[in-house]
Design a binder for this molecule. Structure first.
Ligand code: LHQ
Length: 264
């Protein structure tokens, strides 16, 4: 793992930290960074020793979306196919993040624009530095929200705020994003990484199986009616109840000691 990699990947104590690392371009996405982020998320799927993921950005930005320097229309001979970029890069990685049955924490350390904002919103728990802002920059360049943004904004905020943010591209400050329920919380800039790391560490020693099932359940909720969701809770509780961590959690409670979860 070196500083020259476009995504730094470090594993410590069950936490995989992925740091978007093109600070001179505000961590905007080129193919190299897409590939590296994909590899990182795949690794989180494959490696049982990884029990939580922490995503953040190097330098003063979280991510400025697609690298527009790679997209100069003055140099193009034909109209671009942006759908292909989404199909090849953004969408598979975003699906992998949502499908990962382990907590994914995003520490938004600075501006998050375009697909960069929406990458953050696809994570499970988003903490942002108070100085960070979210910008649905797409409308400034004639595009529509992508990387799941139309979905995340509409679900979290409802149509009025989702449409206004997407159509005006006005920056939404971290604190307002938290007040509106778009993210978990805004924290003082100096505290961001300590707070995000401590949450990741807590999850990495937590009941990973149960946390993963919880993620699946909550993600399914808005697609299900009440009765279907009750059935799903029953099924996943059955699975959780057979985990080693359930037995350990109850035993530790009865023995009046802290549980030691294995993640299984
Ligand atoms: C950048 C970028 C950038 C390259 C800052 N690219 N260099 C799109 C197309 C294809 C397929 C599918 O999906 C998408 C999805 C998208 O993400 S579309 C939206 C793309 N992103 C944007 O439109 C955001 C563009 N950036 C900005 O609006 C500003 O840079 C923000 C608001 C993020 C930050 O503003 P400032 O803090 O004032 O910084 P800056 O503008 O001075 O940028 C610093 C440097 O970073 C600068 O380079 P330079 O060499 O002049 O220092 C920028 O050119 C570069 N940079 N974003 N997306």
């Amino acid at each position: 793992m070196t500083d020259t990699e476009s995504v730094r990947a470090e594993v410590a104590d069950g936490v995989l930290t992925l740091t978007l690392n093109r600070p001179e371009k505000l961590n905007s996405f080129n193919v190299d960074m897409h590939e590296a982020l994909r590899r990182g998320v795949e690794r989180a799927h494959e490696d049982d020793a990884i029990r939580a993921v922490l995503l953040t950005g190097a330098g003063r930005a979280f991510c400025a979306g697609q690298d527009l320097g790679d997209r100069d229309p003055r140099k193009a001979t034909e109209k671009p196919d942006l759908g292909e970029t989404l199909d090849t890069w953004y969408n598979p990685t975003l699906r992998l993040i949502r499908a990962l049955e382990k907590p994914v924490i995003c520490a938004v350390n600075g501006v998050a624009a375009g697909a960069g904002a929406n990458l953050a919103l696809a994570c499970d728990i988003v903490l942002a530095a108070r100085s960070a802002k979210f910008i649905q920059a797409f409308s400034k360049i004639g595009l529509v929200p992508d990387a799941g943004g139309s979905w995340s904004l509409a679900r979290a905020l409802g149509e009025p705020r989702a449409k206004a943010l997407a159509m005006t591209a006005e920056p939404l400050m971290a604190e307002q994003a938290a007040e509106w329920g778009l993210i978990w919380k805004a924290v003082d800039d100096a505290d961001l990484m300590a707070e995000a790391s401590s949450l990741a560490a807590r999850f990495a020693s937590g009941p990973t199986k149960g946390l993963g099932l919880t993620k699946r359940l909550i993600q399914a909720a808005s697609d299900n009616d009440f009765s279907t969701q009750l059935d799903m809770e029953r099924d996943l509780q059955r699975e959780a109840g057979r985990s080693d961590d359930y037995a350990e959690g109850v035993t530790a409670f009865l023995e009046k000691r802290a549980p030691v979860f294995s993640g299984r």
